[in-house]
Unconditional design. Structure first.
Length: 86
């Protein structure tokens, strides 16, 4: 216990720590009463927390890509404006 989630062995300790923090914020006990139903629910919540972390990571990556593209566009437009004014 706790039950394994898919790919558990491949997860970084920092990711597991973040997931535990999410579960703690939600008030999920670290070791629920070990019945089939509670273990199934616990696994489901852990998978949902992992999905949330993955989506947050993807969103941050996309935001960084967007900021990089905006900066690149800004540099190009400022160069174009400088070239046309001289």
């Amino acid at each position: 216990f706790p039950p394994n989630i898919e790919g558990h062995a491949k997860l970084k300790k920092s990711t597991l720590k973040q997931m535990d923090e999410i579960l703690s914020e939600l008030g999920v006990p670290k070791e629920p009463i070990p019945t089939k139903r509670s273990c199934d629910l616990f696994d489901g919540v852990r998978k949902d927390a992992m999905t949330l972390l993955i989506l947050q990571k993807m969103a941050l990556k996309k935001e960084a890509e967007l900021a990089e593209k905006k900066a690149k566009l800004e540099r190009r437009t400022s160069r174009a404006a400088t070239t046309t004014t001289t």
